[in-house]
Design a protein around this ligand. Structure first.
Ligand code: ADP
Ligand code: ZN
Length: 712
């Protein structure tokens, strides 16, 4: 690892020391350089791509205060709190502050005590604020969520249009506009409205490679499948479950809670207080599942949402992509899971056809729903299709969606489709699916006899398929537009023009075969680790993180991201210096939390005891041969921590003596023993602290083992 910072550029140096990251991601470095050099940039990067650093690093490198414009007032406080954790001087100005608090921020700003100031656009536009900026040294303007200038988009903010004033009043100050959602038309709009004609455009596409896509059909037990999905793959992790109706939200949250999961409901029918409280818990605590209508999510910036599940079909690919996009902002593997069924398709078709919007609008909506249904029934790579929809291309199948991981079988459904369609025709194009299936399968229900349908040529011709298979087929026919749903809301169906070629045998239909179980892709284990000892260690690290976060009233991820804790599990650092090499641990966090985490590592970061037994002998042999623990660790490619674990065990079992391992003078030994006696709760952290951090945990452990032996 290159720690010779003298040859680093100031940007790289800041990345490493402040944020604790080793290298820029592709494009980040270029963007940062561009802005530091005083030029404008337009950045299109998917969620989790690392947009924040693109302006935070220039903000730290350039002279003056960076102004960050964001429409998401609710997030500013968290963003600023997260920056404080890195030791960065940041503050925010928006309507949530009391006059006195705002005055204090303005004072800090004017005194040059800040590196970054987050401002809501309406606040920025006040002439008082603009005047204040004019009298100060501004390093750059960052315009976050830049797509909000688009009048056609769903997040339009009128104040954003006025931001072109920045260019007029501050022509020499670089501006960087950032967004995760902008098709080409929106990009042009951003450039024009923000006067970014000279900006260099950085387009990183839309792909979210860490997100796995899975879509499965609901064959009647979606809730149970959801529960198993969460338990098997995301136990104890945070996630969002989307449902269409408020009632389903409440029912599902209650059901999941009864099954022992920590699930909270969220929808517009709850009071502000309840919503606030549930959202807050979701953000702050670990492992909360929010069950919500689509009212939930705008401006949710939680990086460690590990899964997003849909119990209903979203009404467009845009909605699906935005909602699933809330998973895995931290770049760690995350899952999206959706279950949809015949009823979803019917409901959405009805809602849309029945709306009294004008015909153009309806046609547009119909097209969107068709695309969504097409994605569901797809038999090839889902990610390729998703990206294609947004005008992006992915050359090869992704390998991280259900269709790639377990390719679905297809079958020639032409004959079955003909039977299903003619049954609709023969019964007069007014019955729903359940009835049609009864006719096809030759049920002796009274209703059929009342209508005399047992005499039809289609009566009983479908016994070769199960009712579930017929439901799937009908769903596929509706999805593909071969059947249309009546508007009366009874689920009656009629043929469309598109069905004729199939009925006449001119067109073949190849469809997805019904899958009995949820087609789960690559199974992620409960934790990212296979071994039980690692799981315990992982839990201990998370507990420590939670404790530190609670003490400060901040979210757990602000202490360390999951990726950072995972690396601790993998590498088991033993000293502050080693800990500092882990990605995501900059100098400020190392100083603030390093010792706390080293203590956890010493306590729990031991390798599996079976494994120790096998290899302890080898370690003992080497130490008896006069080798030092650190050299043994290098030679055997073990962590120092593991080597000390072997050695302390060996001491405890009287295989070797303390003197074989450590070289301590009498005074030091006495001090350590004294400290251990003073702290007889078995924990090493207080001992380590009492000794002012002078002795490594490994040494303390060995002394402790030695004392146990003497006591016997
Ligand atoms: P965005 O704003 O684009 O959604 P963020 O700026 O929140 O993304 O970054 C996403 C995640 O990636 C964060 O956890 C961030 O700390 C991490 N990250 C960003 N840049 C780097 C980098 N160069 N090396 C390692 N991690 C990074
Ligand atoms: Zn794929």
């Amino acid at each position: 690892m290159n720690q010779d910072t003298s040859i680093d550029s100031p940007a790289l140096h800041t990345l490493r020391t402040v944020f604790g990251y080793e290298a820029f991601r592709p494009m980040q470095g270029e963007i940062v350089d561009q802005v530091i050099a005083g030029n404008d940039a337009l950045v299109l990067m998917p969620t989790g791509g690392g947009k924040s650093l693109c302006f935070q690093i220039p903000a730290l490198v350039r002279e003056g205060v960076a102004i960050v414009i964001s429409p998401l007032i609710a997030l500013m406080q968290d963003q600023v709190a997260a920056l404080h954790q890195y030791g960065i001087k940041a503050a925010f100005l928006n309507s949530s502050l009391k006059a006195q608090q705002a005055a204090e921020v303005e004072r800090q700003f004017s005194n040059g005590e800040l590196d970054l100031l987050y401002v809501a656009p309406e606040r920025l536009m006040m002439s008082r604020t603009l005047n204040m900026l004019e009298q100060s040294n501004i390093s750059l303007f960052a315009i976050d969520e830049a797509h909000c200038v688009s009048q056609w988009g769903h997040d339009f903010r009128p104040e954003y249009i006025k931001l072109s004033i920045l260019h007029e009043r501050f022509p020499t100050i670089p501006r960087i506009a950032l967004t995760a959602t902008a098709d080409e038309a929106t990009q042009r709009e951003i450039i024009e409205r923000l006067a970014l004609q000279d900006a260099k455009i950085y387009n990183n596409g839309f792909d979210r490679p860490n997100i796995q896509y899975r879509i499965s059909e609901n064959s009647g037990n979606a809730r149970e499948q959801l529960y198993r999905f969460i338990r098997n793959e995301h136990d104890g992790e945070a996630g969002i479950v989307y449902c269409l109706s408020r009632k389903k939200v409440d029912d599902t949250a209650a059901w999941l809670s009864r099954k022992g999961l920590r699930a909270l409901p969220y929808h517009a029918g709850h009071s502000n207080d309840v919503r606030q409280q549930h959202q807050e818990r979701f953000l702050r605590e670990e492992g909360i599942i929010i069950v919500a209508t689509i009212a939930f999510g705008m401006g949710i910036d939680k990086p460690d949402v590990r899964f997003v599940a849909h119990l209903n079909l979203p009404k467009s690919i845009e909605a699906y992509y935005q909602e699933t996009g809330r998973a895995g902002r931290d770049g760690q593997p995350s899952n999206t899971w959706m279950s949809y069924g015949l009823q979803d398709v019917i409901t959405l078709r009805q809602m849309q056809e029945g709306s009294d919007a004008n015909e153009t609008f309806k046609r547009n909506e119909r097209h969107k729903l068709d695309s969504m249904l097409g994605l569901c029934e797809l038999t090839t790579c889902r990610r390729q299709a998703l990206l294609r929809y947004f005008g992006d291309t992915l050359d090869a199948p992704c390998g991280n969606c259900d269709n790639c991981l377990s390719p679905p079988e297809t079958w020639d459904a032409t004959v079955a489709a003909q039977k299903a369609l003619s049954c609709v025709h023969r019964t007069g194009q007014r019955f729903g699916v359940n009835y049609l299936i009864d006719v096809l399968r030759g049920s002796d229900a009274d209703r059929i006899k009342q209508f005399g349908h047992e005499k039809l040529s289609t009566y009983g011709i479908g016994k070769d398929h199960s009712a579930i298979e017929w439901r799937t087929l009908y769903r596929q026919l509706i999805s593909r537009g071969l059947l249309a749903v009546d508007l009366e809301g009874h689920g009656g169906m009629h043929l469309t023009d598109a069905s004729r070629p199939v009925l006449r045998g001119e067109k073949k239909l190849h469809l997805r075969k019904v899958t009995k179980k949820l087609s789960s892709g690559k199974q992620r284990s409960k934790t990212p680790f296979g071994k039980a000892a690692d799981t315990k260690f992982w839990d201990a690290l998370r507990d420590k993180r939670k404790q530190l976060a609670t003490e400060q009233g901040i979210a757990a991820y602000m202490i360390f991201h999951d990726a950072t804790l995972m690396e601790m599990v993998d590498r088991r650092p033993q000293t502050l210096e080693q800990l500092g090499h882990i990605s995501g641990i900059g100098s400020k966090k190392l100083e603030a939390y390093g010792n706390e985490f080293l203590a956890v590592i010493a306590e729990y970061g031991e390798a599996d005891s079976d494994e120790v037994n096998d290899t302890t002998a080898e370690t003992i042999k080497l130490v008896c041969g006069g080798m030092k623990p650190l050299d043994i660790a290098h030679k055997r490619d073990l962590t120092l921590n593991t080597v000390y674990a072997h050695l302390s065990k060996a001491i405890e079992q009287a295989e070797i003596e303390l003197g074989d391992v450590v070289d301590l003078d009498e005074a030091s030994l006495k001090a350590i023993r004294f400290a251990i006696e003073q702290n007889d709760d078995g924990k090493l952290k207080p001992v380590f602290d009492a000794l002012g951090g002078e002795f490594d945990y490994g040494i303390l452990r060995c002394v402790k083992s030695d004392m146990r032996i003497e006591r016997q």
